[in-house]
Design a protein around this ligand. Sequence first.
Ligand code: NAD
Ligand code: ZN
Length: 350
Amino acid sequence: MKALVYGGPGQKSWQDVPDPRIVNPTDAIVRIDTTTICGTDLHILKGDVPAVQPGRILGHEGVGTITDVGASVGNLTVGDRVIISCIKSCGHCANCRTGLYSHCLGDEGQSGIGWIFGHLIDGTQAEYVRVPYADNSLHRLPEGVSDEQAVMLSDILPTGFEIGVQYGRVKPGDTVAVIGAGPVGLAAIATAGLYGAAAIIAIDLDKNRLEQARTFGATETVISGSGWKEQVLALTDGQGVDVAIEAVGIPQTFEMATRIVRPGGNVANVGVHGKPVELHLEELWIQNINISTGLVNANTTPMLLKLVAQQKLPAEKFATHRFALDNILDAYDTFSRASETNALKVVITR
Ligand code: NAD
Ligand code: ZN
């Protein structure tokens, strides 16, 4: 088959590799019908994730059709259309039993690390992929949900919802600020209303992304430049927001989140930080705030899938560009120049 293979920092190639096959009885083989690219793939290509070794097939998002199942797979059969979760879950370990799939203790990849596709085992930017723990890590797709909608449920929608909205403890009537209106921040904006957010303030450097944010449910937008903090405080009668969600992953934006949260509020960090970040406890200790962090569990994917099927969550709106799998290198080019191309998610189909 063909697959996108990481060759070390700055290097990738669309090349012939052996077809994946069933290794463990809990595996399934999935033919990739639709995949996409995540900002994390760009981090890997820069060499920021040293655990990813040359030779690894990239990608952790995908929708496909099952072509083979191991002997102990019970819930799925050949021909099923499925969403591939970006997080493995064996379903049996102590962490999986509490829904903490991000720390699944199953041996695949590495025990205790839930994100393994395109990281510690071969990923989804390929014609086929081996999916461990298939019964728990795949979700069968109902009729009426398109691949293009479903692929947004592999990672971005559960991430924005779980690590932004749920960990941020959004509740009815809240004012929520989302710093960073990339796909993940937009996913938080699109799902904040599920817990009754009354006002959603999107903050970004990029005007196009702020316009996008309004279409996903932001009620106010603020350019991340001079005077940004005063603007946010003015929108909250000087009180600060109930929940500040950080969805960028740089020290500056984490600090921003801590500067606009009201006493008793919540700061939910979603961004992946490659550098140490300062935490000003000498000022924050008196504020009675909660700060949360985390890797997505993707345990809300079945619920979010129902909302997409009922047309209550516009997953399809994330798709801005489309490519054939054979042209995945062009898709990377468009995605990596998002500030020029206005790409949100590039959809890649077989
Ligand atoms: P992205 O790069 O597409 O979006 C980031 C946005 O932040 C951009 O729109 C950019 O213009 C904006 N931005 C940059 N600097 C800014 C600043 N100073 N002020 C305001 N906005 C600024 O990224 P994404 O794909 O949306 O992902 C967002 C973050 O979430 C990344 O760090 C990603 O690695 C992380 N992530 C975390 C998890 C998790 O499980 N915690 C899962 C997936 C992604
Ligand atoms: Zn587990």
